[in-house]
Write a protein that binds this ligand. Structure first.
Ligand code: 0O2
Length: 267
């Protein structure tokens, strides 16, 4: 097969990965803009390396001419969540989308693989627009927690090193580590609400502070400078009191003040 042909085959997959990464990052952004807890912490994407495609074709006895129909993870997306519960939210989110049609789901969380691997996989149909028209292809979306991801990254590199000759001792250590990851996810789930509340209030505070500073900057251009300095001092005083209600009320007052100045400048 010519190198040019590989490029031709893989280019739409690269496009799919690029588009999907953008889309999932926008989902994150939407959650943040709404001041809501986001179930996704990290979005990664990759097109499978030619050497891995060849290795998989060989392992699964797939003809190169059939690889697009038989290899489902040429385009791969990985969505990392903080908590196991978040995985269900992300799965639901994907099921509801009209631009990704679910072909298959593999739940290696309820039942892990013999290696100890845990993750939720979704194979989706996705359409990219190319110069020669729309092309439907398949992409694999792996959804897992930070802890599961840590384990599988380490295990994957060891698998790569040993292939099918991983020493038994190492294999059972990895299984023990997988159980520890499972227990860790369980422990973290029990403090999820506490952590979510803390993160939400951090996000909310950051967003209110950013709004206030924007307002102060805008006022600086249109209002009396001495008044703006007073407002800024007041902001620092309230900020130090660490009272969220006061901070939000102060922000509302600044909104009204900025609106009044804007109306005056128009009139
Ligand atoms: P790579 O290098 O990550 O692309 P199978 O027949 O079970 O071997 P299949 O049918 O493609 O594989 O589907 P499956 O089981 O859902 O696996 C798809 C991908 O999940 C794998 O792709 C890995 O990325 C990941 N995976 C599956 N099992 C394991 C495991 O035991 N350990 C780790 N670390 N990852 C796993 P590739 O093509 O095998 O590898």
């Amino acid at each position: 097969m010519e190198i040019q042909l590989w490029r031709e085959i893989l280019e739409p997959y690269q496009q799919a990965v690029d588009e999907l990464v953008v889309k999932f990052n926008h989902i994150k952004q939407e959650y943040h803009n709404e001041g809501m807890y986001c179930p996704i912490v990290q979005v990664d994407g990759r097109v499978k390396k030619i050497s891995s495609i060849l290795e998989k074709c060989q392992r699964k006895n797939v003809q190169i001419s059939q690889l697009e129909e038989k290899i489902e993870d040429i385009a791969g997306i990985r969505l990392i969540c903080q908590f196991v519960e978040d995985i269900n939210t992300v799965v639901e989110l994907i099921r509801k989308r009209s631009d990704m049609v679910v072909k298959q789901e593999k739940d290696y969380i309820s039942k892990s693989k013999p290696s100890g691997y845990r993750s939720y996989h979704m194979i989706v149909y996705y359409v990219v627009q190319t110069l020669s028209g729309p092309k439907q292809l398949e992409a694999e979306i792996q959804i897992r927690t930070l802890a599961m991801n840590f384990w599988s990254t380490i295990e994957h590199s060891l698998q790569y090193k040993y292939k099918e000759h991983m020493p038994e001792e190492l294999r059972s250590r990895l299984l023990r580590a997988a159980n520890a990851v499972d227990a860790l996810d369980g422990e973290m789930a029990s403090v999820r609400d506490e952590i979510m509340n803390a993160q939400n209030s951090n996000h909310l505070k950051a967003s209110v502070v950013s709004d206030i500073l924007n307002n102060i900057e805008n006022l600086y251009h249109i209002a009396n400078k001495r008044e703006v300095v007073k407002i800024q001092d007041e902001f620092y005083r309230i900020y130090q009191s660490d009272d969220m209600q006061l901070l939000m009320r102060f922000n509302k007052e600044l909104d009204i003040l900025a609106e009044t100045y804007r109306a005056q400048s128009l009139g």
